[in-house]
Design a protein around this ligand. Structure first.
Ligand SMILES: *Cc1c(COP(=O)(O)O)cnc(C)c1O
Length: 398
């Protein structure tokens, strides 16, 4: 393994070489059924022909020009996002963290532009994940990600999802700027918030002028079977939303969506990005959007999700010594384990299945939104083999 890379990742011993749909090929010839999908990013599978065509066609025309020029692809992708969401305006960056940064800056700037610059407090939640930049780790509910990096940025506070009284008190503070929440927590362990919770926070925010930011970097773009996860519920829309991961189907791109009202302070000169919204990202993003937003894809997500959730529940029932909960929404699935989740990821890999880790000792299944029923059944079969091998290993050790 290379020692010339900064040692921030615990990398699986697989040298990935190429992918096709849900299948990932390693250099040594092994073939894996990929239920990681680049952490919910390659949402149309690997090497989707429409995305390959969009990228290569654009590669022959223009890669980068800077945002001091009009980039038609940006206007076209922004239009698709706006037409299909609460939003009026969009800012493009290159990652989820940048989308979150823009969302947080937009919220504070809104209050400043409204003559309330004292409203700077940002409320995040335990077990949330918003990315790795300073603002994103300050908003995130994982103290380990801040450890050794100095203090949390001023004005960032943490709440607990189940503490309704503290949430209400926070939102009513005269210095409250925004609440940031994932409608379905991803890294934290695939926890889906319910309609009543979201509606209560929405209502409190509307009453007090505190802005509501959704982080749909992981749960958005079709992952739950709706284009955006909060669209399962009527009238619980955010003021600002961060999107990334699946937005480019594997090509780096992120977006911050906002209502015109909430983006009031984001005028010329207040924010920017050199690479954000570059022509390559926009070409792939448009192609990915059209496929993900199609009724056929979203229907497939719901069908395959039901099949996987059913299969996983029945697997958990047969292996109560291994799996204790199946949770999440759509194809953002968490299986809470008794044995260590990292070890289960390795055992699953030995059986040809790639799954992601997650908080609360979960493994996550985040497969392509185009997964077929046969592929879903194969994933269940391989996971069962991993469960059986784990059970046998535990028995042998006892
Ligand atoms: C992955 C993720 C991010 C960060 O995205 P990056 O592209 O890694 O910067 C932010 N929020 C959520 C919910 C995520 O899952």
């Amino acid at each position: 393994m290379s020692s010339e890379l900064m040692a921030v990742y615990n990398r699986a011993p697989v040298e990935v070489e190429r992918g096709e749909g849900v299948w990932l090929h390693a250099r040594d010839g092994r073939v894996f059924l990929d239920c990681v999908a680049g952490i919910a990013t390659n949402s149309l599978g690997h090497a989707h022909p429409a995305l390959v065509a969009a990228l290569t066609e654009q590669a022959h025309k223009l890669w980068h020009v800077s945002n001091i020029f009009r980039i038609p692809g940006q206007e076209e992708l922004a239009h698709r996002l706006v037409e299909n969401s609460f939003a009026d305006v969009v800012f493009f960056g290159n990652s989820g963290s940048e989308a979150v940064e823009c969302a947080l800056k937009t919220a504070r700037k809104y209050h400043a532009a409204n003559g309330q610059p004292e409203r700077i407090d940002i409320f995040g939640f335990a077990s949330s994940f918003h990315g790795r930049t300073y603002a994103a780790v300050s908003a995130s509910g994982n103290p380990a990600y801040l450890d050794g990096f100095g203090p949390r940025l001023p004005g960032y506070h943490q709440l607990v999802i189940d503490d309704a009284a503290a949430i209400e008190e926070a939102i009513r503070q005269p210095t409250a700027a925004a609440v940031i929440v994932e409608p379905v927590q991803g890294e934290g362990g695939a926890r889906a918030l319910d309609e009543a919770w979201l509606r209560r926070v929405r209502d409190l925010c509307s009453e007090t002028g505190t802005l509501l930011i959704y982080d749909e970097v992981q749960c958005g773009m079709g992952r739950t079977g709706k284009l955006f996860a909060h669209q399962w519920f009527d009238g619980v829309e955010p003021d600002i939303m961060a999107v990334a991961k699946a937005l480019g189907g594997g090509f780096p791109v992120g977006a911050c969506l906002s209502t015109a009202a909430a983006a009031k302070g984001m005028v010329v000169g207040t924010h920017g990005s050199t690479f954000g919204g570059n022509p390559l990202a926009m070409a792939v993003g448009k192609a990915a959007f059209d496929l993900i937003a199609s009724a056929a894809t979203l229907d497939n997500v719901r069908t395959i999700a039901a099949r996987l959730h059913d299969g996983l529940r029945s697997l958990a029932a047969h292996y109560p010594d291994i799996a204790v909960d199946v949770r999440g929404k759509g194809l953002l699935i968490g299986v809470k384990l008794i044995p260590n989740n990292r070890e289960m990821m390795a055992t699953a890999r030995d059986h040809g299945l790639l799954v992601a880790g997650g908080g609360d000792n979960c493994v996550r299944l985040l497969p392509s939104l185009l997964m077929t029923g046969a592929e879903a059944d194969e994933a269940l079969k391989r996971l069962e083999q991993a469960f059986a091998a784990t059970r046998a290993a535990v028995a042998e050790a006892a």
